[in-house]
Design a binder for this molecule. Structure first.
Ligand SMILES: Cc1cc2nc3c(=O)[nH]c(=O)nc-3n(C[C@H](O)[C@H](O)[C@H](O)COP(=O)(O)O)c2cc1C
Ligand code: SF4
Length: 679
């Protein structure tokens, strides 16, 4: 599209010219070290700035007070030492023409007391937040006065760091805990009427303005309808937005609809794959219409067409494409270069966000360079020597190896037994809700085709065929097959989760699904079973079910499974299955004691990961120069593989992904990228 593209038009926010209409809203990727945004943080934002985004809202919930402890490794904005680190981030992004702001907050009750300095969480009531579980202290006047000053101090630090502005977080955090009748039981001047409930915010804004002046940009990311019994209504939300605008103390609104105090609530605010796209866009447009004030918004606007529509139709002034930029930091550059269809799609897997709530750092399920900018390139370097590369297997690992190999200029052939690429992802995508996962494969197929990769489908690769092609390097990415042999008796009587998902096994009526892996396969199979009308019990030896599915990804499963009365039994280990007529007797016990129990079912499913499909690897191994060895030192030092343990060998041989051991999609793709980027 030409520069008439609505998305590429500049936007004037006070004195600040934003060069286009695309921003990333604040999202704490949990990369800080000791609470400081160091090199990794800087490189992450710089990559997005290089990619052309107009505004990057850094941090996400940077803490203004010590009693707002870092619940997911947030930036500690209450420390003076944050200023030079942030200045580095700002300077790097400014060099590429991106504006930089930061989100500040006090989490209130949305945190835990046993983190940071072990100070009690505070809130305008004693009410606990279900997700974070702290029972907060009900705030006193001196808490309020202290935290108002903390906000002002933090804002002053951000000003000193050269930020273009700040945004205050007011959804699910302290600021709107004051606003919401559901979380404010104060009887002082800060509780009761809406004006009283807004007093804390307006006091904070006055204190900030005193420190940073009228010019500095100050916005607010706020809920304008909690969609919750007893919470803020849309009418009150609109009134709050109007009052904030009329205060003359803020410069933009960044609109949120919903509540985040529970995992399902959070998932409706930030929808995951399979949920509707842009569900709150029209609502944000209504706020803009109502207030006639600069309005930003993000919530599952994953594609450029929807973003363009949001701007063209006047629903927003700036459109947030946050996860979209985690998946591809170069979106704007690709739009400008007319390469829109080459944008790596965000598939809504929300591996990124779910991980930070489990104490990990944000990683993209299929862009392994994100958050690893210091060591993994978003675009691979050309290789010094062109190799003939054969990849066996066209699942996520094989497709990434082929893509990166081709990007480096190698001559690449992919051999796949099935009639199409996909591997395990093709199975995953059989679920209507998880269909978007297939974009992980489709994008790679498209990229490979553009770069001339040769595909041989419907071809079972034998070692002799591979050797006859005279390769320099062979990468085995053949994946695995379900391992259901976990019982001391009756292994032949069970089927795998994959059998149910693929339709190879017909669902029974009274089914035990024994999940000893805790991943998506079990949940997905349970959904197929429950939807077929079966009565389903999910049993796991773990303390919780589905630990690897994580909080937001679990939401759509639970909505389907609870509707259909699926039961969950934790801490029990299935031991034996015995046939009795047309029934199966399940014998199970517990790791905690030697008790034994029994129950009757007509079908038993076992989910226990996969075992590698590695025959071809071992067949090729004797003829390889490295005897299949992967030099970990070289791999981790980002150096080429140079093992030469077999001087008679003809080619380098490696295996990646589940062909080595059962892991997940990110691990498979990371295996491939790490190997190929230096070889
Ligand atoms: C890893 C991650 C961390 C996030 N942390 C914050 C945060 O601290 N504050 C916030 O307001 N939003 C946070 N968000 C939400 C995003 O700003 C955004 O609203 C959300 O991802 C929906 O937009 P999208 O569909 O364009 O990704 C986070 C999102 C992600 C993916
Ligand atoms: S993990 Fe999924 S949701 Fe997050 S950025 Fe990557 S593709 Fe998008």
């Amino acid at each position: 599209m030409s520069s008439k593209d609505p998305l590429l038009q500049p936007y004037q926010l006070k004195h600040l010219t934003l060069k286009n209409r695309i921003m990333t809203t604040s999202h704490e990727p949990a990369y800080p070290e000791d609470g400081m945004p160091k090199e990794r943080y800087r490189a992450y934002h710089e990559e997005r700035a290089k990619g052309g985004v107009a505004l990057t809202m850094t941090a996400g919930s940077a803490a203004v007070s010590r009693d707002s402890p870092p619940v997911f490794n947030n930036i500690l904005a209450y420390k003076d030492e944050v200023v030079p680190w942030l200045k580095d981030v700002v300077d790097s992004c400014h060099e590429h023409g991106a504006a930089v702001m930061i989100q500040l907050t006090h989490l209130g009750r949305r945190t835990g007391w046993n983190k940071g300095d072990w100070l009690p969480a505070v809130s305008p009531s004693h009410l606990r937040e279900a997700s974070h579980r702290a029972f907060p202290k009900k705030m006193e006047d001196w808490d309020i006065a202290r935290i108002i000053e903390d906000y002002a101090d933090a804002a002053e630090r951000m000003h000193a760091a050269g930020m273009d502005g700040i945004e205050l977080e007011a959804y699910g955090h302290l600021m709107d805990q004051f606003w919401s009748p559901a979380t404010n039981t104060l009887e002082s001047a800060y509780g009761g009427s809406l004006d009283n409930r807004m007093r804390f915010t307006l006091d904070v804004l006055s204190a900030i303005r005193k420190r940073v002046g009228e010019e500095f940009i100050v916005g607010i990311r706020c809920v304008a309808d909690e969609q919750m019994d007893g919470g803020l209504t849309k009418e009150e939300g609109m009134e709050i937005c109007t009052k904030l605008k009329d205060s003359g103390k803020i410069d933009f609104l960044n609109i949120i609809r919903g509540h985040i105090d529970t995992d399902p609530g959070l998932t409706d605010v930030i929808p995951v794959q399979g949920m509707a796209n842009s569900p709150h866009l029209d609502f944000a447009g209504e706020v803009r219409e109502h207030t006639k004030f600069p309005t930003f918004h993000a919530a599952k606007i994953p594609d450029v067409a929807t973003a363009r529509h949001a701007i063209a139709e006047g629903k927003l002034d700036m459109v947030g494409m946050t996860r979209a930029h985690i998946a591809d930091p170069h979106i704007v550059r690709k739009i400008i270069e007319g390469r829109e269809e080459e944008i790596r799609p965000c598939v809504g897997a929300t591996y990124c966000l779910d991980r930070i709530y489990q104490g990990g750092e944000a990683l993209c399920i299929h862009n392994v360079a994100t958050g690893r900018e210091l060591s993994v390139p978003h675009v691979a370097e050309p290789a010094s020597e062109k190799k003939k590369l054969i990849v066996v297997g066209a699942g996520p690992a094989g497709m990434e190896a082929a893509r990166v190999g081709a990007e480096r200029g190698h001559d690449v052939t992919v051999i796949e037994a099935a009639n199409n690429a996909g591997g395990q992802i093709a199975l995953t995508a059989l679920s209507e809700r998880r269909r978007e996962m297939m974009n992980i494969i489709d994008w790679r197929v498209d990229q490979c085709e553009r770069m001339g990769v040769n595909f041989k489908f419907n071809t079972w690769a034998e070692a002799e065929d591979v050797k006859a092609m005279d390769p320099d390097m062979v990468v085995i990415a053949t994946g695995g097959m379900p391992d259901t042999e976990v019982l001391t008796s009756g292994n032949d009587l069970v089927v795998s989760g994959w059998d149910i998902i693929s339709g190879d096994a017909k669902p029974g009526q009274n089914v035990l699904l024994y999940d000893d892996a805790g991943d998506h396969v079990a949940m997905q199979a349970a959904e197929v079973l429950a939807k077929s009308g079966a009565s389903v019990e999910i049993m796991t030896p773990d303390r919780t079910f589905a630990p690897d599915v994580m909080a937001m990804n679990l939401t759509p499963y639970m909505r389907e499974l609870q509707k259909r009365d699926v039961t969950f039994t934790v801490t029990y280990r299935l031991k034996e299955i015995h046939r009795e007529g047309n029934q199966l007797r399940a014998v199970y016990g517990s790791d905690y004691s030697d008790l034994t129990k029994e129950k009757m079912f007509d079908q038993v499913i076992v989910n226990h990961g996969t075992l590698p499909l590695d025959d071809i690897y071992f067949d090729l191994k004797p003829d390889s120069v490295n005897l299949g060895e992967l030099d970990h030192q070289a791999l981790l030092a980002h150096k080429p593989q140079q093992v030469n343990s077999n001087p008679d060998g003809k080619f380098q041989l490696f295996r990646i992904g589940d062909a080595v051991s059962a892991r997940n999609t990110h691990a498979a793709i990371y295996d491939a990228m790490r190997l190929m980027k230096d070889n």
